[in-house]
Write a protein that binds this ligand. Structure first.
Ligand SMILES: NC(=O)c1ccc[n+]([C@@H]2O[C@H](COP(=O)([O-])OP(=O)(O)OC[C@H]3O[C@@H](n4cnc5c(N)ncnc54)[C@H](OP(=O)(O)O)[C@@H]3O)[C@@H](O)[C@H]2O)c1
Length: 361
């Protein structure tokens, strides 16, 4: 199973919204075949592992190990459980059952009904942890949320600026941490920022310093005040803007890969935005600022992990950084900056009413 997890991780950055899955075939104590899910829409781990076996007659005497329950439905590829049955593999060891209601136990049922010996729950915690975004999405009906910001030694995320003309954002990150942030962008399906961050920083919010795919860009534009000349309107990657305006612009917007979504800002803003992400099959969101958006997330309790970079200079005053009452669970140093990791120990579930709203997706 450890080997399956290693293999699964080879698909990192390219499988979402599918999970990372690795599979190994063992005969007589030796791995005779292995494979992983390489990219969304491509073959699953099990057929890749089965295809890699040089002596197919050994399949009938082998054990298949896989970190997630084999699928039972026709998605972009045929059901893996049927393939395992047709290859007459006598034993299957599974890390965790699949939380996707389209599978959820049905894959295991196909195997056991065919007389295959099935073991479920080997290294289950590690298997769920590897796909924490996928599991959170299906079990909590919301994306997995990471918060990330950089602050000065005296806890400011920027100097006070009124407009772009007041100069560029304060540089706190170094080359190493800037790259780490891009790694986080690659690991998550969407990146979200507040209106003021767009207005003052004009960020591209794309992936440049790491391999992988661009995340979906999400920004708040409550009153439609973000000018079309800003970089997020460059059409290079899908972009979603949340607004409260009744008639958000339609003309030329779709062509630019931009979608406006009207939501209620007065109540449960974060929950409403995460609901929309859920409906769009977005399983993870990296919230990169600014302070107001981050504070709203922290107050909602709807976040999972936070990474706070602390520089070594003090600026005296500026935009106050958000703060946690808890202590970080991991502290590292990268290129001279501290990198504090927090886990949300007080997670709030999405309210039942909102779960009902999204449960038919
Ligand atoms: N160091 C870092 O890691 C980092 C990262 C990102 C940004 N920044 C800095 O942070 C500063 C911007 O932060 P900020 O706190 O001023 O602004 P922000 O969080 O980026 O955006 C706030 C704006 O978003 C809209 N909004 C409305 N309701 C909201 C709600 N409930 N929660 C969140 N946003 C809501 C509002 O726009 P309307 O007024 O139109 O309603 C509000 O003014 C900039 O100086 C930027 O450079 C630093």
């Amino acid at each position: 199973m450890k080997r399956c997890l290693q293999l699964a991780k080879c698909g990192e950055y390219y499988t979402a919204p599918n999970p990372m899955v690795g599979a190994a075939l063992v005969y007589d104590g030796k791995i005779i075949g292995e494979g992983f899910h390489r990219r969304y829409g491509g073959a699953h781990a099990e057929p890749n592992a089965i295809r890699s076996v040089k002596e197919p007659s050994l399949l009938e005497k082998s054990t298949l190990y896989v970190n997630l329950e084999p699928c039972s439905h026709y998605g972009k590829t045929p059901p893996c459980a049927d393939l395992i049955v047709s290859k007459q593999i006598p034993r299957v060891v599974i890390g965790s059952s699949d939380p996707n209601p389209k599978v959820a136990g049905k894959g295991i049922e196909i195997l056991t009904n065919a007389g295959i010996e099935v073991t479920v729950g080997v290294m289950e915690d590690a298997c769920r942890m590897l796909n924490k975004r996928f599991f959170t999405y299906f079990l909590q009906k919301r994306p997995y949320v990471f918060l990330k910001w950089a602050q000065t030694y005296d806890a400011f995320i920027d100097k006070k600026r009124q407009s772009v003309e007041n100069g560029k954002a304060l540089l706190i990150s170094n080359d190493v941490t800037a790259q780490l942030t891009h790694k986080m962008r690659a690991e998550n399906q969407a990146i979200m920022v507040g209106t003021q961050t767009i207005a003052l920083d004009n960020p591209h919010l794309t992936l440049r310093n790491w391999r992988g795919r661009n995340p979906v860009r999400i920004a708040i534009d409550r009153r439609l005040r973000i000018n079309r000349e800003f970089n997020i309107f460059d059409g290079k990657t899908p972009t979603v803007l949340f607004t409260e305006k009744e008639h958000p612009p339609k003309k030329n917007v779709a062509k630019k890969n931009v979608e406006y979504i009207k939501i209620d800002f007065n109540e449960k803003l974060i929950e409403n935005m995460l609901n929309m992400c859920y409906k769009k099959n977005i399983q993870s969101v990296l919230v990169e600022g600014g302070a107001q958006l981050l504070n709203t997330f922290i107050a909602s309790g709807l976040w999972d992990e936070a990474n706070v970079e602390v520089g070594h200079t003090a600026i005296g005053n500026g935009v106050q950084a958000p703060a946690f009452s808890d202590v970080p669970d991991i502290v590292k140093t990268y290129g001279g900056n501290k990198w504090l990791h927090y886990k949300n120990k007080h997670k709030q579930p999405v309210s039942a009413e909102n779960i009902e709203n999204v449960s038919n997706v």
